[in-house]
Design a protein around this ligand. Structure first.
Ligand code: CA
Ligand code: CA
Length: 308
């Protein structure tokens, strides 16, 4: 019995001291700087401070109202989510970028380590029909641009609209709109999943979308097409970029809550890199379960040392 507890304790100590191995934790307050969330090439979220006051007091910190915060006001899982209300509307850096994955995805000739990028997340409107409009799309490794697709959610008077835009080959910045969902309930959580598949050649990368697990809809890669039209270099994808499309400092926009976000890069051999977050502080019970699991593992392996 003594030996068993010693091995358990050793296993726990090894677990706690392994480099880079720790339980994810995200605290209430600004998401910038937590778990690798950043403004991409900018260290923080530009124009995050000096935003309008809000009923959500989690947006007030550092003596000022901010455009985003990890909050306990609503959650799809656990007790926390991320509320993104206002901020810099730039197509470049300074808007929220999810953590950069270790492997980039892109068409093979770009030198990317994989040819597919996937993301899924849950979202809920913070207000009703308030005009909030936020783009969530692939972000480039440099953290200074949209990389491939364009997807946005808009909080309209008749519910939430989800749309993407395709490019027009030879048409400059021209777009064709592809509606993925309309009339989604303001008061409910909804899920979007999207997978980009990247192929050598111009104007041929694809993005497949599902809203609330419905029928997959295949769209194009707006920014690949636009870059092809203007002769700009191809961009790889290794993260998401969030970009407000409603006016900055808008007092009417309540924004959206986001939760249970996953990004991954894969190829035909499987998943090569993944990031997942519930925007949570780990529950003590979770830590305990991990510890107990390791204790169990050490007990399971103990017969090798049964002679001691
Ligand atoms: Ca391509
Ligand atoms: Ca959560």
């Amino acid at each position: 019995m003594f030996a068993r507890s010693v091995w358990g304790l050793l296993a726990l100590l090894v677990f706690l001291t392994l480099p880079g191995l720790s339980l994810a934790t995200i605290s209430v307050g600004s998401l910038a700087g937590q778990e690798g969330w950043s403004g991409g090439a900018s260290p923080g979220f530009t124009n995050d401070a000096a935003q309008p006051s809000s009923p959500n007091s989690d947006l007030f910190y550092g003596g000022d109202w901010h455009g985003q915060a990890v909050t306990t006001a609503d959650a799809h899982s656990g007790s926390q989510s991320w509320l993104f209300r206002n901020g810099y509307g730039s197509p470049g850096s300074g808007t929220p970028f999810s953590p950069a994955l270790a492997v980039n995805a892109g068409q093979p000739s770009s030198g990317a380590g994989a040819n597919s990028f996937s993301a899924s997340f849950w979202f809920k409107a913070a207000g009703s029909g308030d005009g909030s409009r936020i783009m969530i799309a692939g972000g480039n490794p440099a953290g200074n641009d949209r990389s491939s697709n364009y997807l946005e959610i808009e909080n309209t008077l008749s519910g939430i609209t989800v749309r993407t835009y395709d490019g027009v080959l030879g048409g400059g910045w021209d777009t064709t709109e592809l509606i993925l969902a309309t009339g989604l309930d303001h008061a409910q959580w909804h899920q979007i999943s999207m997978t980009g598949q990247f192929f050598d050649g111009t104007n041929n990368d694809t993005w497949t979308y599902q809203v609330n697990g419905g029928a997959p809809v295949v769209g194009g890669a707006y920014f690949e097409t636009a870059r092809d039209n203007f002769g700009y270099p191809y961009e790889m994808t290794n993260r998401l970029k969030f970009q407000p499309r409603h006016p900055n400092y808008d007092t009417n926009a309540s924004g959206f809550y986001f939760d249970d976000l996953v990004t991954s890069v894969s190829d035909s051999g499987g998943t090569l890199a993944v990031y997942t977050t519930g925007f949570e502080v780990p529950e003590p019970s979770t830590s305990l379960l991990v510890g107990l699991g390791l204790l169990g593992l050490s007990v399971f392996r103990r017969p090798r040392f049964s002679g001691l």
